[in-house]
Design a protein around this ligand. Structure first.
Ligand SMILES: C=C1C[C@]23C[C@H]1CC[C@H]2[C@@]12CCC[C@@](C)(C(=O)O1)[C@H]2[C@@H]3C(=O)O
Ligand SMILES: O=C(O)CCC(=O)C(=O)O
Ligand SMILES: [Fe+2]
Length: 368
């Protein structure tokens, strides 16, 4: 079945913002200056840190379950993705983003499309611009890559193809670990996992992010606070830190790069599937004065027409379903329209005491 993820934004075309040549900017233009960044005060040091799980550890399942409930994010080592593949992906990212702007614009994302070069989709919800560039890949990147690198596009296509295959295998494995910790262990429990339980029909997008060195990093924002609309996301970050996650009671906590490690975060669809047990984590990327930063996010979800709803095993008389069934495509539409209100818009019953959702607090402005 062809992927229909690429159709997700047809109904919500986005205005194209003009990309600057970041290297030519020696001070931060006002349009990039974020006023209320809600930073931790310099005196407060985060005493907690994001859990680290060794996938070879026999207790990995419990560690992952605990991390998903309390943080919605964890890092993994011994994940089976080779360092050489991660290096090749980093090299492809670096090569892409260091092309001249006019060359990158040849592969610009079309207003109603999902793939290509541009600002993050969520940009339209914020009054200030983000200090980053992105490249989204859904399906084969060949056409866009041919525009970017007329000579050696096939090398870069092969790197991305292999990376997506490896990420898909790891994501399937992580799915069973995350679900297993909730008691969802049988093949029949998740029908769309397919006859081999390998989630063969899953869909995914690959988001390459580039955060250039910034003359005024304290006032800039690399990627604004958001949750991912996924089941799970596998993030590779180079050795420059910048990722932060919001934790109730602790505020913004840095997720420093772990050599050879990958960051796994719970997305909105997993929060729905787990009937609220697992938290989709609010995260953002900060920028750096002297170092540029690269990251690649493998955004993983169900086949686009499969409905995700709170799993029957997690629903009962004392645990009513908190969300209605929703397909990934439908959810992406909702996110494109309502952004941080998307999750509550698919919620079944709003509690009378109006318990606030952490996903609803950030600097966004409401548009449309
Ligand atoms: C499959 C996806 C998931 C998307 C939309 C589409 C392709 C690009 C993804 C991201 C990547 C960057 C953050 C985000 C918030 C964004 O702006 O674009 C993500 C969004 C989501 O998770 O909602
Ligand atoms: O660059 C990062 O660390 C975060 C990227 C991210 O959140 C995303 O692409 O969804
Ligand atoms: Fe993200």
């Amino acid at each position: 079945m062809p992927s229909r993820l690429s159709d997700a934004f047809r109904a919500h075309p986005q205005q194209q913002l003009k990309h600057p040549d970041f290297t030519s900017l020696h001070e931060l233009p006002d349009s990039y200056a974020w006023n209320q960044r809600d930073d931790p005060s310099p005196e407060t040091f985060a005493t907690e840190s994001v859990p680290l799980v060794d996938l070879n550890d026999p207790n990995a399942l419990q560690g992952i379950g605990h991390a998903c409930k309390t943080w919605g994010i964890f890092q993994v080592t011994n994940h089976g993705i080779s360092t050489s593949l991660l290096d090749m992906v980093e090299h492809t990212c670096r090569s892409l983003f260091s092309l001249p702007v006019h060359q990158k614009l040849k592969a610009a994302r079309s207003p109603d499309g999902v793939s290509g070069y541009g600002f993050a989709r969520i940009s339209s919800f914020f009054s200030k611009l983000m200090w980053s560039e992105g490249f989204t890949i859904v399906g084969p990147p060949d056409e866009h890559f041919r525009q970017l690198w007329p000579q050696d596009f096939s090398y870069h296509c092969d790197v991305i193809k292999e990376y997506k295959e490896e990420m898909k295998k790891l994501a399937g494995r992580l799915m069973w670990l995350m679900l297993g910790s909730l008691g969802i262990i049988a093949k029949e429990d998740i029908k769309w996992a397919g006859p081999k339980s390998d989630f063969k029909e899953a869909s995914a997008a690959l988001q390459l992010n580039y955060y250039p060195a910034c003359p005024d990093p304290d006032r800039a924002m690399g990627l604004a606070p958001h949750t991912d609309s996924t089941l799970l996301t596998i993030l590779y970050q180079n050795s420059t830190s910048g990722l932060q996650v919001f934790k109730e009671g602790a505020g913004w906590v840095a997720v420093p790069p772990v050599p050879g490690g990958l960051v796994i975060n719970v997305g909105d669809l997993m929060h729905i599937l787990s009937n609220g047990s697992y938290q989709s984590v609010l995260h953002r990327a900060m920028v750096n004065r002297s170092h540029h930063r690269l990251s690649s996010a493998y955004l993983y979800g169900p086949p686009s027409t499969v409905e995700i709803s709170p799993h029957p095993k997690l629903v009962g008389p004392t645990h009513p379903p908190l969300y209605r069934p929703v397909t990934w495509n439908e959810y992406l539409h909702t996110k494109a329209k309502h952004f941080n209100k998307a999750l509550s818009s698919v919620r079944v019953c709003v509690p009378l005491n109006g318990l606030g959702d952490v996903n609803e607090q950030n600097n966004s402005v409401t548009v449309g």
